[in-house]
Write a protein that binds this ligand. Structure first.
Ligand code: F0G
Length: 462
């Protein structure tokens, strides 16, 4: 095609107004929210890039599917559609629907882990880490070294460090009940994992008789990157690539609020019969009967359609291109971001952008606040507020200070993306005036969701 303009591969049938409030109103809203963007009212946000989780727009096919939802308590037709869709992609034997990803994590961690166990991953997402730690086990992050250097380009920066994996399994025999790979590696910048990396990791795990799991929230985006970047996959469909990815693992946890293209849902998938039995029993106790797992029949229908829509080539091309387009604009303007841009989000490297703010004063958090104050844009800090608190209560700066701008699926258009670029460049010019924060109030775990902060030097912008 001779045309370069990125167009959304869909027409819009339903619209939802968004509204501008004034700078002064945003300043007051920030103060009232204790300088925590999670505590804002969503209607005070113009462009909401807090997360790509559960925030997408469903298709007409999904809405049509919802009308077919079978709300039977047990054995609903909708469950079988859901199960078949998941099995068609993953090939895994037991499929337990859950209301979202962390429910799958909690069930798996409860039945598979005990105190002192170790669970390696390229990088654990915060809920995965919290569920592992809640079971008394240790969540170990072992991304490749390139994955820890924001501005270094590498096609598969989400890869797990295979040597570290081998070492962990050899040195801790009997203490590693399972290993994870997260695709794409959200906490490491939304970076993909190569097929070769998954394959070799699975060989290592098999040799040590440790089941390998995928945290597969963004499996379709990962498949797209493999198609674009890994030799031998250019002519394969995203579905075939996803099927191969799953063929190397014995289980998966999924937040279907991402590549399930739905507003709620998830699953735990397992090959092990005994573990699956235990998981089902626990699921009945806390999520619901295993043919609905905390979801409505209509949710299961929307998901069955969504898993396949996420693998559509036109959709994936538009989505990944739209994110990299923003990345190119920021890079051209000298705003440091994790390179190359990830699948679902742009991650600004706040440590590099705001070198005058020490990590103890949360530079990424400060930047995310200024993006809201100036442009009404809500992002999320992935830095020391999120990860700085250690299980023993001490504070240790996070490896990276990132601000994530996550793109909801099929929600914003290219003109929204152009607006974002304008806001970011504007804030880039203000960078020297931004000041850090201190935490005034925080819970013991997952503190970023509800902590209250205050400017450490009187004002956020001087
Ligand atoms: N694993 C990964 C890699 C995730 O990104 C998330 C959620 C989860 C597990 C947990 O799933 O929210 O359905 O319970 N990530 C969202 C985000 C919240 O904003 O990145 P959940």
């Amino acid at each position: 095609m001779p045309f370069k303009t990125i167009i959304e591969p869909f027409r819009i049938k339903v619209v939802e107004p968004i509204r501008h409030i004034t700078h002064a109103e945003r300043e007051a809203a920030l103060k009232a929210a204790g300088y925590n963007l999670f505590l804002l009212k969503a209607e005070d946000v113009l462009i909401d890039l807090l997360t790509d989780s559960g925030t997408g727009a469903m298709s007409s096919e999904q809405w049509a599917g919802m009308m077919r939802g079978d709300e039977s308590y047990a054995g609903a037709r909708s469950f079988y559609r859901f199960r078949d869709a998941v099995q068609g992609i993953t090939g895994l034997k037991h499929i337990l629907p859950t209301h979202q990803g962390r429910a799958a994590e909690r069930i798996l961690c409860s039945v598979a882990l005990k105190t002192g166990d170790i669970v390696p991953n390229n990088t654990h997402f915060d809920t995965t880490r919290a569920n592992i730690e809640n079971a008394g086990a240790i969540a170990l992050d072992i991304p490749i070294a390139e994955g820890r250097q924001p501005q270094l380009r590498h096609p598969f920066k989400g890869n797990i460090d295979l040597e570290a994996l081998e070492r962990t399994l050899s040195e801790n025999k009997g203490r590693v009940p399972l290993a994870f790979i997260t695709v794409t590696n959200n906490s490491g910048g939304g970076q993909p994992v190569s097929m070769a990396n998954i394959r070799v990791a699975s060989e290592i795990c098999r040799r040590h008789k440790v089941p390998l799991f995928l945290d597969c929230c963004r499996f379709a985006e990962n498949a797209w990157f493999i198609k674009m970047r890994e030799e031998g996959y250019a002519d394969k469909s995203p579905l075939e690539i996803a099927q191969e990815m799953f063929s190397y693992v014995q289980g998966a946890t999924m937040s279907a609020k991402k590549d399930g293209m739905s507003n709620i849902g998830g699953f735990l998938a397992l090959n092990d019969d005994e573990l699956a039995d235990q998981a089902r029993n626990l699921e009945i106790l806390t999520e619901g009967f295993p043919t609905y797992g905390g979801l409505a029949g209509y949710d299961l229908e929307a998901l069955a359609v969504g898993f396949h829509e996420a693998l559509d080539e036109d959709y994936l091309r538009y989505r990944i291109r739209s994110v990299s387009y923003l990345g190119e604009k920021l890079t051209a303007a000298g705003i440091p971001i994790v390179q190359p841009p990830g699948g679902h989000a742009i991650y600004i490297d706040a440590k590099a952008m705001l070198p005058h703010i020490p990590q103890q004063e949360y530079p990424a958090w400060a930047l995310s606040l200024v993006l809201y104050l100036e442009g009404g844009v809500r992002s999320v800090e992935i830095g020391s507020v999120m990860f700085g608190m250690q299980p023993d209560g001490t504070e240790k700066p996070a490896a990276m200070e990132l601000v994530r701008l996550a793109f909801p699926r099929r929600v914003y258009t290219q003109s929204h993306v152009d607006y974002l670029a304008e806001v970011l460049l504007y804030v880039g010019d203000l960078r020297k005036r931004i000041r850090g924060l201190r935490i005034s109030e925080a819970p013991k775990v997952l503190r970023h969701f509800s902590a209250k902060l205050e400017p450490a030097h009187g004002k956020l912008l001087v």
